[in-house]
Each structure stands twice: as structure tokens, then as C-alpha cells.
Design a protein. Structure first.
Length: 295
């Protein structure tokens, strides 16, 4: 039986670490979510905390208009919802996926009579329900769905709508995560260089944080240059100089017995930009190298 009362206003499919954190946050806010998980024991734990359990995805979907999906991958979403009547449902997919998967899943849901929003969670499970932790979720797809359920979606974490293209939530998610891993790579290389020296990691840590913070200006600078396509005005440290200096980074890594595999791809990208036309690119900002990455 469908129950769309405020106290039982959503269905949640998937109770991994993230799904469980979402469910508990909604419960704490006064919602009474209907939950389903392939391993029923996880749902039973939440039942003891006030959630309604469903024996199958179909039963869970039938319970509410708003259906939040937080499963392992896109294939799991298709498997869980296969053959279920989605007419009139609002599907919010918080399963990690690619932009293409988000667009395809939106078309799949809409063909079955449902509205669809894809999401990209920029938080760990421990950040869910903790506003001061700064976690949030990117959403894209049906603006009408997002506006209808925004108050509910904002309970676990902040909500940022990034457009009606269903692939844009995943694209924003992966773009930010890619930048994060790039930073992790540089930090890892820095620690490896000093490993075994009389330099304590605890002493290097604040220096790294301070330096990376100071270099954060590159983010906005690169955005402006990519928009204007002007890579030469107001350049402080040009490409030719940085490529010339990159040899020192590589020689130091060799001297320290450290692989340069984490930094050499970016150094090589800068070199490729320069050697393509030294006269044209030598005086540029390094942001011009970004244009080489598009295939």
C-alpha cells in the first residue's frame, strides 16, 4: 500500500555504508523511510531504529513517490529496478557512475514514466548528517523533481543543482575527484622524496598545506584563460621557464631513489605544449597545456 505521508515520504534502495548513513539521517529528521537491501539483515537493523522494511525492490518502490537509489553501480540499479512499474515515480540515483550512465539511466527511467535526477555525492558516510563537515551532493536532470523534493534531499547533505543534463552531476563529481587524486599524487611524491631523510613528515605537512593553499590561485586563473583562450597576458611564470626547471624535479627524484611516475605525466604534458611551437607557447601560462588533453 502506498503511503505518501510526510513521516514516510521516501524509499531508499541500498544500505551500504553510504545508504545506511542517509537512512539514519532521514530517520533523525523525522522521516520514516521505507528501505530495501539485498542483504536483508542491514534493513532489519534500521527497522529497529524506526525504518519500514520492504521484502523486495518492487514493494519498496510502490511505497512512495520519491525513490532514492544508492547501490554499487549502474548495473545494480538496472537489476534492482528491472520489471518494476515506475509510472509517476521520482527516481533520485545516488549511485556512483559516469556521465554517460547518468544520461542513459535518465532516458531509461523517463521511458518508464518516471522523472529522474542523477546525483554525485561529495562526502564520505561520516560527513552525512553533519552540516559543519561541508559535504554536499551534486544533482542534475529533472529540475521539477529536484524542486519538489529539495527539502528532503537537503536533510543528509547540501544540495547543488548543476543543470538539466542528467550527466552533469556525475561529471562534476568526477572532475572534483580527479583534481583531488592529482593533489594526492603530488603530496605522495613530496613525502616519498623526503622519506629516509632527517625531515619528519609532521614537519613537512604544514609546509605542504601552506604551499598548496597559496597555489590555489591556479584554479581561477586557469578558468579565466580557458574561457578567454588568452594564455599569455599577465603571465608570471611562463611555460618555457617551467619546462626548463622541470629537469631539476626529475633529477632530484632520481637522486632520492623515488619514482617520478606520479608527476612525470604532467611535466611531459607541459613539454609537449612547448615543443609543438616554442615561439607561440613559450611565453604562455601552463593552463594552455590543458587543451592537449582533449582527444
Amino acid at each position: 500500500m502506498t503511503d505518501n505521508t510526510p513521516q514516510n515520504s521516501l524509499t531508499l534502495l541500498g544500505l551500504g555504508d553510504m545508504g545506511t548513513a542517509l537512512a539514519r539521517t532521514w530517520l533523525a529528521a523525522g522521516h520514516r523511510p521505507t528501505v530495501w537491501n539485498r542483504t536483508a539483515a542491514k534493513a532489519e537493523v534500521l527497522a529497529a531504529e524506526g525504518a519500514v522494511t520492504a521484502a523486495s525492490p518492487a514493494e519498496a518502490v510502490a511505497a512512495n513517490r520519491l525513490v532514492v537509489v544508492c547501490l554499487l553501480d549502474d548495473a545494480s540499479v538496472g537489476s534492482a529496478l528491472d520489471g518494476i512499474d515506475l509510472t509517476g515515480k521520482d527516481i533520485v540515483n545516488l549511485t556512483t557512475g559516469t556521465p554517460a550512465e547518468g544520461r542513459a539511466r535518465a532516458a531509461w527511467a523517463e521511458a518508464r514514466g518516471a522523472r529522474f535526477v542523477d546525483g554525485g555525492i561529495m562526502a564520505t558516510p561520516t560527513m552525512i548528517g553533519v552540516p559543519e563537515a561541508g559535504g554536499y551532493v551534486f544533482y542534475s536532470g529533472s529540475r521539477a523533481l529536484f524542486d519538489t523534493h529539495r527539502a528532503t534531499l537537503e536533510v543528509p547533505a547540501g544540495a547543488r543543482f548543476v543543470g538539466e543534463d542528467p550527466g552533469h552531476a556525475a561529471l562534476h563529481d568526477v572532475a572534483l575527484l580527479s583534481a583531488m587524486y592529482g593533489m594526492f599524487a603530488g603530496v605522495s611524491h613530496a613525502y616519498a622524496l623526503t622519506e629516509g631523510e632527517d625531515i619528519a613528515p609532521e614537519d613537512l605537512a604544514p609546509l605542504l598545506s601552506e604551499w598548496l593553499g597559496a597555489m590555489g590561485f591556479f584554479i581561477g586563473n586557469a578558468a579565466e584563460r580557458l574561457t578567454s583562450r588568452d594564455f599569455t597576458s599577465g603571465v608570471v611564470s611562463n611555460l618555457a621557464m617551467q619546462v626548463a626547471g622541470s629537469g631539476t624535479l626529475l633529477r632530484t627524484a632520481e637522486e632520492q631513489g623515488v619514482s617520478a611516475e606520479l608527476i612525470s605525466p604532467y611535466l611531459e604534458l607541459m613539454r609537449s605544449r612547448l615543443t609543438a611551437d616554442p615561439a607561440a607557447h613559450g611565453g604562455e601560462d601552463t593552463a594552455g597545456a590543458i587543451t592537449l588533453l582533449k582527444r
